[in-house]
Design a protein around this ligand. Structure first.
Ligand SMILES: NC(=O)c1ccc[n+]([C@@H]2O[C@H](COP(=O)([O-])OP(=O)(O)OC[C@H]3O[C@@H](n4cnc5c(N)ncnc54)[C@H](O)[C@@H]3O)[C@@H](O)[C@H]2O)c1
Ligand SMILES: O=C(O)C(=O)C[C@@H](O)[C@H](O)[C@H](O)COP(=O)(O)O
Ligand SMILES: [Zn+2]
Length: 373
């Protein structure tokens, strides 16, 4: 049996859980992981995926479950592919499957896919019979470095991103880096955006490593990807363990997201990938930070340059007017007492939360971002 080359943990007391990272571990490690992380779970397992991912990876997962000593009763459900299906209608369809097959409270939901499948499966697990166990098997870079870890589960609403959801930690995360071989290049880029986020908000040395190795990531160099995934998960695990429900520093993981989520909602969750919107959002956050004098132009431009080198967009849609921006950003979950809060870089590997941003500053940043990029 192949062994994972690294196991990290999210330290949450009795809800502590492992993140296994390795290659060729998708089917090899699944049963052991279930037995170790969920020794008392029942026979019912629902594997959630979508047609694209299932075509590549459903069979090995189902075969591993069939070969296990335990007599699993496995169902699988495929949700349509795409961010625009991360909604209450799809959630309801999955609930119908659980009702039909009489899933009980000891069941396990396995999320096999990117962040869309993972967020939806997590929300199903959080709410089915008031909460059942979930195992995340992320298959995009973005899901491997971010969405599978930390327990933020959600669906979108036309009026805003992830507006309906719950904090519900997985029992385990299984990251097989081999699955990235089939990931389209544009989706890889979207994942790199969240990787860059960690370097900007938390780790100056990692940011410098990214400046030197961005092309290796774009080329899917296995060693570089494994390093980026491990470093990203380690940062996320540490932040989540310190502030599980975003009372404080977890909000730093939202760098670029206030602007980014507005772009996604304004474009109906269709044309911009989440990671692309976050990339542009980070450019806008860097510009705002520079405008306020928190960072200088050299570091601002280094952030923008790295994002551009990763072939990610750096300009928001010109068609979004200021009223649309303000309306969408004012629905952000970081809004407190009606005041928007922004995560801004404050220096290499550091970021802060700021609530006193004026409309004039936002207008200036939006204009600058559309015209200078
Ligand atoms: N919960 C969190 O903390 C968190 C963090 C970051 C992002 N998110 C959410 O994650 C979502 C974005 O996730 P995503 O970028 O993974 O998008 P996605 O889930 O839509 O997957 C991207 C595309 O890649 C395909 N795909 C997935 N794995 C593949 C593989 N191995 N080979 C070939 N194709 C594959 C999918 O079918 C899809 O078409 C957004 O909804 C975002 O809000 C959540
Ligand atoms: O885990 C977190 O915390 C994050 O903010 C990670 C983000 O990358 C992710 O996109 C998250 O879903 C955004 O959270 P939201 O609370 O703004 O919906
Ligand atoms: Zn994100």
């Amino acid at each position: 049996m192949t062994t994972p080359h690294a196991t990290l943990h999210v330290e949450l007391g009795t809800r502590r859980y492992p993140i296994l990272i390795g290659h060729h571990i998708l089917s090899d490690q699944l049963i052991a992981l279930l037995q170790q992380s969920l020794p008392h779970h029942g026979r019912n397992i629902l594997v959630m995926s979508n047609p694209t991912v299932a075509a590549h990876y459903m069979e090995p997962v189902l075969q591993a479950l069939q070969k296990a000593d335990k007599d699993y009763r496995v169902q699988h459900v495929l949700i349509p592919d795409g961010e625009s299906y991360k909604n209450l209608a799809t959630y309801s369809d999955v609930m119908d499957v659980l009702v039909k097959h009489r899933f009980d409270r000891d069941c396990v939901i396995i999320a096999l896919g990117g962040g869309v499948v993972g967020d939806l499966a997590g929300f199903v697990a959080a709410t089915w019979q008031r909460g059942v166990q979930c195992v995340q098997i992320p298959t995009t870079l973005l899901a491997q470095v971010d969405s599978s870890v930390g327990g933020k589960t959600a669906v979108n609403h036309p009026g805003g991103k992830n507006l309906i959801g719950a904090f519900h930690q997985p029992a385990a995360v299984l990251i097989d880096t081999d699955v990235l071989t089939t990931l389209p290049q544009r989706e890889l880029g979207a994942g790199i955006a969240e990787v860059i986020k960690y370097g900007v908000m938390a780790d100056a040395a990692f940011f410098q490593w990214l400046q030197k190795n961005i092309q290796r990531l774009l080329d899917k160099d296995a060693e570089a990807l494994a390093y980026a995934i491990h470093t990203s998960c380690a940062i996320k695990a540490r932040v989540v363990a310190a502030d599980e429900t975003e009372q404080g520093q977890r909000a730093l993981l939202n760098l670029g997201h206030t602007f980014g989520h507005a772009i996604e909602a304004a474009t109906q969750y269709t044309s911009w990938l989440h990671g692309e919107a976050v990339a542009t959002g980070m450019v806008m956050a860097a510009r705002l930070s520079c405008l306020r004098g928190f960072i200088g132009t050299t570091y601002r431009d280094a952030i923008i340059e790295l994002i551009a080198q990763a072939q990610l967009p750096i300009a928001p849609p010109a068609a979004m007017d200021i009223d649309t921006w303000l309306d969408l950003m004012s629905r952000d979950k970081k809004v407190k007492d009606g005041t928007m809060r922004f995560i801004l870089p404050t220096g290499p590997g550091a970021a802060g939360i700021f609530s006193n941003v004026t409309q004039a500053e936002l207008t200036a940043v939006i204009t600058e971002s559309v015209t200078r990029s």
